[in-house]
Design a protein around this ligand. Structure first.
Ligand code: 5MM
Length: 344
């Protein structure tokens, strides 16, 4: 595969393909395993990720790249094959989460700043050697009484831009992920509020990317959809979510960016698929690809079907492959409830 940043970015959003976010940090994967009453150990994490990465049909046909966690990019399958080799053999690009998580931002009422810039140049050089060709950094923007503040938005946009510039210097495509939460501590906001906050967030992020000299043709944006908070009494229709999301992206994302790969953010599997498909179906001609970079919405059914039991590996892989196929259809605007039921 080409090593040019722009070529890697284009491959990450190739027609009918999207990204698997499997970069849960140790605390997050523990919470996921708690839901199936499985202890989180290096071996159980390996077995789970091996199940996903060896779902050959999914990896070959629908998944362009996988975001890994530091442990996972160094990990081997049970038979000793490095995970990175399994992904590459299936034609999927290995990626790596390089942020060190969100921490309280001093001087704010509970807002967060994502950390991990110190030593990042050296870590990126090592990750490149380990096979990573793209990276991810997630900024967390919460909506609530009086928040987000400009201070928190600007600090996070600046950190995202510094991260992206360091990635490109290391010949790694940055996924720039500013997530406006739909499931924060007080998630009662309506869709109009999410629109306003997402618009301001994206404007500030692209301003900082410009100041940092980031080449937009060699990056991928991973945004939230424009959607009401999960506890909002006024939930918008799927058509309105699709319409408003495309509208804000057209207002904020330069056409030089090759692709936008959404996070699912707490939406149910099928709803996240439907929203993506509607955007591709109804959005009109778009200057960038719109696809998925889902974590929960690709993995939830597979995790449940697997349940931590070796005898359920095939069932877990079937559930995972099904979700990948449905989202691949959505990435070209061809998903339907019929396809969902028929294939299931
Ligand atoms: C897979 O979850 C990612 C890692 O989260 P932690 O650092 O908290 O462990 C997360 O960044 C994820 O890549 C994105 O939020 C997209 O995942 P969802 O589940 O929202 O699609």
């Amino acid at each position: 595969m080409s090593e040019r940043l722009a070529d890697i970015a284009v491959a990450m959003v190739a027609d009918g393909r999207g990204i698997l976010a499997a970069d849960e940090s140790t605390g997050t994967i523990k919470r996921r395993f708690d839901s199936i009453h499985l202890e989180s150990t290096a071996d159980s994490r390996r077995d789970y990720r091996e199940m996903l990465f060896r779902a050959d049909d999914a990896m070959r046909n629908y998944v362009s790249g996988v975001i890994l966690y530091d442990e996972t990019i160094r990990q081997k399958a049970k038979d000793g094959t490095p995970f990175v080799d399994i992904l590459k053999a299936a034609g999927s690009i290995p990626g790596i989460k390089v942020d060190k998580g969100a921490q309280p931002l001093a001087g704010t009422q509970g807002e967060q700043i994502t950390e991990g810039l110190d030593g990042l140049r050296e870590r990126l050089a090592e990750y490149h050697q380990l096979g990573a060709r793209f990276a991810k950094w997630r900024a967390v923007i919460d909506i609530g009484q009086g928040i987000p503040t400009y201070n928190a938005l600007a600090a996070n946009a600046h950190a995202l831009a510094r991260y992206a510039a360091l990635c490109q210097e290391a010949q790694i495509v940055p996924i720039v992920e500013p997530e406006v939460l739909m499931d924060g501590p007080v998630a009662t906001h309506d869709i109009a509020t999410c629109y306003r906050v997402t618009e301001l967030t994206l404007k500030l992020v692209f301003e900082q990317l410009y100041f940092a000299g980031v080449d937009l043709t060699g990056m991928i944006l991973k945004p939230n959809m424009v959607i009401a908070g999960k506890d909002s009494p006024t939930q918008a229709s799927p058509e309105e979510v699709a319409e408003k999301t495309v509208k804000v992206l057209k207002a904020c994302v330069p056409p030089a960016v090759p692709g936008i790969a959404f996070l699912s953010g707490g939406q149910s599997d099928e709803v996240a698929t439907k929203h993506l498909s509607l955007m591709n179906e109804l959005g009109g001609p778009l200057p960038w690809k719109l696809t998925f970079s889902y974590g929960r919405a690709l993995q939830a059914a597979a995790l449940k079907a697997w349940g931590g039991k070796p005898e359920n590996v095939a069932a877990g892989q079937r559930a995972f492959t099904h979700r990948c196929r449905m989202n691949a259809l959505a990435a070209t605007g061809r998903w339907s409830a019929d396809a969902e039921r028929h294939a299931a």
